[in-house]
Design a protein around this ligand. Structure first.
Ligand SMILES: Nc1nc2c(ncn2[C@@H]2O[C@H](COP(=O)(O)OP(=O)(O)OP(=O)(O)O)[C@@H](O)[C@H]2O)c(=O)[nH]1
Ligand SMILES: [Mg+2]
Length: 468
């Protein structure tokens, strides 16, 4: 586990060459150590030796950095001084802003370590901010989410969480659970002392309300996942129906090879677009058929894997010859709840009724779309369809659960309340009710970092990058 009493330091800027590189140091020794390296320009002589104490006030100084052991000049730059508690970690923090040279930054770290700084573990600065109560756990996690956000929607989601969106949602929930717990607890301890009997209907109504809130949070998880990780769309179907043509049309470039030969695509070809600020990853695949050729067989195995992993499956059908597609459909097992049927090559058919074709195969007619990659007809409707898949459920935005950890805890709380309802119905004793209420309260608290075992923190923060 992280040792809180050490003064820690790390390069906070990304590896590689840049205009500026930043080394950050936090802890009790930060100001003293900085004072030993830094010589402000307003000192009488630039040739002087550092060593003057730094005033513990917020300041931004221009000057020189020197190795106090050898007197060697390292660089000229800026020192930011942020005494605790008004700093990121709530401890004394200093930042050395120097030229962004990896060799220089390494040297600076080496000098700092010589003065007693311990290189920080991943996420250790944020861990300190959390342990000093500057951030709750959901906010600490949001820092990492913001840093690694891919795209506009993920960025906004992380920022909402960082500014306390999720915490604000969880706090009243935890309070409600606590007060439910106390109601029963009081009647447990003082059952003889004339506390009025429990008014059951409002109690049950409150349990159901809290359960409803938890349900909403749980539903927001799947949506949050799409925003963070993007939506994966599989373009699949038999050979020659126009899967690669569709990929190219959606990307607006000739990414995949298109030929009139069946079995053109062998590998999975990936492309990416952004819709509503969310990353949409498109996977063009080998046409699925009964193939003998070894290369094609492997391609088809990969197609099936893409179907497994995709959020949405677009099963492409040649509208001028739908039979092979429908036949493959019956043999191949498709996840129908996340599959849409795209009738391509509509330009080749005078009259076509995709819904009727689907109905004849016993499929849901509403999940189809007609288009032509050749004329581009129907493409904008298809894009609209994908955008609908990205839609955030109303009201869920602020409460979005963003990690598996959140989801698991919220589910535990939900299940505890479900168990409680069973106990109430079965007229079980209050002792058992309090157990479930305690479990639900603790689970919601754990989302924000309360009552977690030390190992759990390590697991969470070790995924952060070094310097954060
Ligand atoms: N008329 C017409 N032809 C199309 C349309 N879309 C694709 N094609 C043609 O159909 C043929 C096959 O297209 P591809 O995009 O290679 O089909 P695919 O499904 O990727 O085929 P495989 O990779 O072999 O599985 C090509 O000759 C395309 O030009 C369309 O909307 N209308
Ligand atoms: Mg292809």
């Amino acid at each position: 586990m992280y040792r809180m009493e050490d003064t820690i330091g790390a390069v906070a800027t990304p590896a590689g060459v840049g205009g500026i590189g930043i080394v950050r140091v936090s802890g009790e020794g930060a100001l003293a150590i900085a004072g030993r390296i830094f010589l402000p320009h307003r000192a009488a002589s630039l040739e002087g030796t550092p060593g003057g104490p730094l005033a513990p006030q917020r300041q931004f100084l221009f000057g020189r950095f020197k190795n106090p052991a050898t007197g060697e000049f390292l660089d000229e730059g800026i020192l930011l001084v942020m005494p605790g508690p008004h700093s990121y970690t709530a401890e004394d923090v200093v930042e050395f802003h120097v030229h962004g040279s990896p060799a220089l930054l390494e040297k600076l770290m080496e000098v700092l370590v010589g003065l007693g700084v311990r290189p920080a573990e991943p996420g250790e600065f944020t861990y300190r901010a959390f342990s000093h109560g500057r951030l709750d756990l959901t906010q600490a996690e949001a820092v990492e989410a913001l840093i690694s956000a891919q795209g506009e929607a993920a960025r906004r989601q992380a920022l909402r969480q960082l500014t306390g969106g999720l915490a604000a949602h969880l706090e009243p929930l935890e309070e409600s659970l606590k007060s439910l717990y106390l109601k029963i607890e009081a009647r447990l301890e003082f059952s003889e002392d004339g506390i009025p009997p429990l008014d059951l209907p409002p109690f049950q109504a409150e349990v159901r309300r809290v359960q409803g809130e938890l349900q909403k949070l749980l539903e927001s998880y799947a949506q949050g996942k799409v925003i963070r990780e993007g939506l994966a769309v599989a373009l699949v179907g038999p050979p020659n129906v126009g899967k690669s043509s569709l990929l190219n049309a959606l990307l607006g470039i000739q990414r995949a090879i298109v030929t009139p030969l069946a079995g053109t695509t062998r590998d999975v070809v990936e492309g990416e677009i952004r819709l509503k600020g969310v990353r949409v990853r498109l996977f063009d695949t080998a046409g699925i058929r009964d193939a003998r050729n070894e290369v094609e067989v492997e391609g088809i195995r990969r197609s099936r894997q893409v179907i497994e992993e995709a959020d949405a499956v677009f099963w492409v059908i040649d509208a001028s010859d739908p039979e092979p597609s429908l036949k493959e459909l019956k043999v191949g097992s498709l996840p129908l709840e996340r599959t849409w049927f795209l009738f391509n090559k509509m330009d080749l058919v005078a009259v076509a009724d995709p819904p009727a074709v689907l109905r004849r195969s016993g499929l849901e007619a509403g999940k189809c779309l007609a288009l032509s990659c050749k004329t581009q007809a129907g493409l904008s409707q298809l894009v609209g369809k994908i955008e609908n898949l990205l839609q955030t459920p109303v009201g869920a935005q602020d409460g979005l659960l963003t990690s598996l950890r959140h989801q698991q805890e919220a589910r535990k709380a939900f299940q505890a309340l479900a168990a409680l309802e069973g106990l109430i119905r079965a007229h079980e004793p209050y002792e058992l009710w309090t157990e479930e209420l305690k479990e639900a309260t603790l689970a919601v608290g754990r989302i924000r970092g309360r009552n977690l075992p030390a190992q759990a923190f390590e697991d969470i923060f070790s995924k952060f990058c070094i310097g954060k």
